[in-house]
Design a binder for this molecule. Structure first.
Ligand SMILES: [Cu+2]
Length: 222
């Protein structure tokens, strides 16, 4: 079964939280049982315990196994996130105090990240000033954006829609307002937006949106 980044991330999260809850329940249950079974009332004289090899092997082997399971899911997800498909569409992202901007391969610049649905998008992450972090919760991707260092991330929008972009690294006074949007459009709509934006040569996203009749409310934010 081939998972995408979103499902792989959610699965890893559920597995780790699941194991944690199971352990919490187990440890609590044993603790309450021992509180009564080995209370001072029932055992006025303490017994001398000398160790139990079977128990020691078990409580070493089981946690090692659990940690390896978590590692397997974490690492396979990490590998997927760090290996962008070679046919991905490239967009250059620049973070600066306090806004995100996008530049396409044909030179078009925008303040909203328009992308085609069903295509892999690879973002080259750059910072013009301080450390930021590019975060798209809906796609489960978040990467540091560090001045002087190239970083990247990739994702594939599955459905048409608007998705929030946030800065996840405190970068100064207006950090909380360093918001942007990913707008996923069907391929034809995206192509005509890109062409229009190229003709208009404007960074004013509102204008290019008008040419496409993309009504803010017609696309749901996820
Ligand atoms: Cu920030």
């Amino acid at each position: 079964m081939k998972l995408d980044i979103v499902r792989q991330t959610d699965l890893t999260f559920i597995i780790i939280v699941g194991i944690s809850f199971l352990l919490l329940a187990l440890v609590s249950a044993v603790m309450f049982y021992f509180m009564f079974r080995y209370s001072r009332k029932k055992n006025p004289v303490a017994t001398d315990i000398t160790g139990n090899t079977t128990l020691e092997i078990l409580w070493t082997a089981i946690p090692v196994l659990l940690v390896l399971v978590m590692f397997y899911f974490g690492y396979s997800g990490f590998k997927m996130m760090r290996n962008a498909p070679t046919d991905a569409m490239n967009v250059k992202v620049t973070g600066r105090m306090w806004a995100w901007s996008y530049e396409y391969e044909n030179g078009v610049k925008a303040d909203t990240l328009f992308v085609p649905v069903g295509k892999s998008i690879k973002l080259e992450l750059n910072s013009a000033d301080v450390a930021h972090s590019f975060y798209v919760p809906a796609f489960r991707v978040k990467e540091d954006v560090i001045p002087g260092r190239k970083n990247y991330m990739w994702f594939e929008p599955k459905e048409e829609g608007k998705y929030n972009v946030e800065c996840a690294e405190y970068c100064g006074l207006s950090h909380a307002y360093m918001l942007s949007l990913v707008v996923a459009l069907p391929q034809e709509k995206f192509d005509s937006w890109l062409l229009n934006a190229k003709t208009l040569q404007t960074t004013d996203t509102a204008k290019t949106k008008d040419t496409l009749n993309i009504k803010q409310d017609s696309i749901k934010t996820k």
